[in-house]
Write a protein that binds this ligand. Sequence first.
Ligand SMILES: [Zn+2]
Length: 427
Amino acid sequence: MKANSSLASAVDGERFWADIEAQSQIGALSPRGLRRLALDDQDNRARLWLMDQGKALGCSAHYDAMGNVFLRREGQDPSLAPLLIGSHLDSQPSGGAYDGTLGVVAGLAVLRALAKQQIAHERPIEVVSWTNEEGARFAPGASGSSWFAGRRDAETILAARDDDGVTFQEALADCLGLLEAQGAQFRDTPVIPHAFLELHIEQGPVLENQGAPVCVVTGIQGVNWYEVEVNGQANHAGTTPEASRRDAFMGALALVGALKEAVAAKGDQVRFTIGKFTLSPSSVNTIPQQARFTIDLRHPDPAVLDALDAAFRRLAEQEWSGCTAQLEATSRVAPVAFDDHLVAILDASVKAFFPQAPRLVSGAFHDAIHLAHLCPTAMLFTPCRAGISHHPDEHIERDDAEVAVRALAHAVEKLLTTRNDSHDPDH
Ligand SMILES: [Zn+2]
């Protein structure tokens, strides 16, 4: 093994991959992929599996009011803020086996290596699985991490409903019951970490194109979510003349065209997606009364996001094919730049294994975007084939992932064994 880190060499690649495969069985789709919606039975099983693995390693298991799960390996000085590593175990409705899961299982691999190597460390280390990162069942996503970092209040998160009308709070109650029954200890106040590290699949094509197995991530572009409603008048499809029609679909179509133009004016770094679109009353021979759609808007520059936000609002105030529109911002996550010191440590660890590794800004949001407001935070990426993610075909190469986990372990060893209390919020 290259790189002078005993913890990196102590990572058991076979066991790491066996853990990935064990996790990929929970909520498995045929022939591949995952369906583990936040707080459903499969997501809960994935949490319990993690807890059992951690307890077998001698870690204590904890959970909080949002169902975030923590495995803690105690340090010689339990009063020090823990180094926190992890990601999420929930998936998209038809998702891949590595998005999120990789980062949690990588954390477990680091705990296994620490248990094997018996490296003395003063600082505790914790592995976390954050609740509802994906936002596929309960929007918006990153519920657990945003609450933990004090970025969103519990009340709003708990009130979210899934498509069947089940509230987050109802689904969470089942999860918390299971965690308690399994012997996890409840934490009523978040423990502020020394630092947070998250390994994730890139979900884009850059690393694969460059042949890099891992790289450091220097920040995350911002994301605004909107819900748009276009209101017209339902009427008979056959008897209503053109001049009397207030067709909500036609109104939405015109509005979307104008939104798209506003976006195009800001260059090709903007990401604009309408992922949900519904019409009501949704009948073949009735003019739609209402169109509803969502917007996902992303850019690394907060000024561009603000300018587009203003443009979207102005457009929504106009009439579109005789219909009125309403635009509501449902989530707003500003771009972040990760902690320079931590980025440098991770970059050095990455380069110990792959000297030509690039530095990337993340196009997707991650739990780390919230943690960055609470403690020094940085991420690692490993490639996924053809950049495909949020899809059952999501695929990573075992060799790449193993290098990424070793790079993570390399950085963890550095952070656990060098005394640097300047980042401790309690110092
Ligand atoms: Zn993810």
